[in-house]
Design a protein around this ligand. Structure first.
Ligand SMILES: Nc1ncnc2c1ncn2[C@@H]1O[C@H](COP(=O)(O)OP(=O)(O)O)[C@@H](O)[C@H]1O
Ligand SMILES: [Mg+2]
Length: 330
């Protein structure tokens, strides 16, 4: 047991004072460290000391996660502001370049440079649009939708890169799956993001597989407790958790995989390992899934491939709106 201060001895300290409370770290046998809250009380005569240790690891992780969320929310607001500012001048540059292009003969050497300007303006515009979408996602319009046709639609949209990468596609849909309450356009966008990532991870060849099935998952803790309709339906649930009946889409690729250190950062906006990547695809997908009350998770092994799990709740009520301006806890 030690503290972060050299020469500090928490036990000796506890013997000298009537009571203490401080954070210390315990060294584990495996060489790790566990942060604990140490409380001491000196009792009796001759005096003896009562020490209690409370594991802080869980609390720490939660605090870290919370700080990360706050940082991301802040980043979202900042980028939305910047994106708005960039949009107008960018439109000005684009229109001017378009006019200029009209003044040159098609064969004119200078027209080539103007086309480069237009292309890059287009690229910036796409980044700005993605940024705004990440920071201010539109409210999903939920309607009963079958997931399989969404996958078909994505495969149509991605037909070109699929053929180009010599990728084999497999789709397996469990029998008798009903609709889920989703916004088909937004979910198609999530599936497309994930599909393009999978294809980019298999530049030469590989297999892209979609599986759709029914699953049950634990709901995030809700403050309002159980709802009347749960009780009315006579459903018994394990204490502390609701179970959400969901449908899961697995998008499985046999591509390059994701190194361990990158896994933790996948959903951070701007995290990308690609030269022309925006790093917004998964960040946007995650915010869309959260707005649906769903979830997105990634499992991967380097050199083997990656599986993305998308969970969609089957009931309508689970969607939760992110509140970009009320989440700093001030
Ligand atoms: N299926 C996958 N296989 C390997 N790496 C992936 C896969 N999906 C995502 N990644 C990694 O996650 C990063 C972030 O993805 P994304 O948010 O879509 O941004 P972008 O595609 O613009 O880089 C990618 O740059 C890549 O390193
Ligand atoms: Mg991407």
């Amino acid at each position: 047991m030690r503290t972060v201060v050299a020469g500090d001895d928490p036990v000796r300290d506890a013997a000298r004072r009537a009571s203490t409370e401080r954070e210390v770290v315990l060294a584990t046998a495996a060489g790790g460290e566990v942060p604990v809250l140490l409380r001491s009380a000196r009792l009796g005569r001759p005096p003896w000391v009562l020490l209690t240790l409370r594991d802080q690891a869980g609390t720490r992780r939660m605090e870290q996660e919370l700080r990360r969320h706050e940082r991301l929310a802040m980043l979202g607001r900042l980028s939305a502001g910047a994106a708005h500012e960039i949009r107008n001048p960018l439109a000005g540059i684009g229109t001017s370049a378009q006019v200029l292009l009209g003044r040159f003969e098609p064969r004119d050497e200078r027209a080539r440079f103007v086309r480069v300007i237009l292309e890059e303006v287009g690229r910036l515009d796409r980044i700005v649009t993605s940024l705004l979408q990440y920071a201010r996602p539109r409210v999903p319009e939920l309607k009963p939708t079958l997931l399989a046709p969404c996958i078909e639609r994505v495969l149509e949209l991605a037909a070109e890169p699929v053929a180009h990468g010599h990728v084999r596609v497999e789709v397996e849909v469990a029998p008798r799956l009903g609709p889920v309450y989703i916004d088909p356009d937004l979910v198609t966008q999530v599936l497309l993001n994930v599909t393009l990532n999978a294809l980019q991870a298999m530049p030469d060849s590989g297999t892209l597989r979609y599986e759709v099935r029914r699953v049950r998952r634990k709901a995030p803790a809700r403050s309002a407790g159980r709802r009347a309709e749960d009780r009315a339906a006579g459903r018994r649930r394990p204490r502390g958790h609701d179970w959400i009946a969901s449908q899961q889409v697995r998008v499985i690729d046999t591509g390059v995989g994701i190194p361990r250190h990158a896994l933790a950062r996948l959903f951070d906006p701007f995290f990308s390992t690609k030269p022309k990547g925006t790093g917004l695809g998964l960040a946007i997908s995650q915010s869309i899934m959260q707005e649906h009350g769903g979830a997105i998770a990634v499992a991967s092994r380097e050199g083997r491939g990656t599986t993305v799990l998308l969970d969609f709740p089957m009931e309508k009520r689970h969607g939760q709106r992110r509140q970009p301006h009320a989440d700093t806890g001030r």
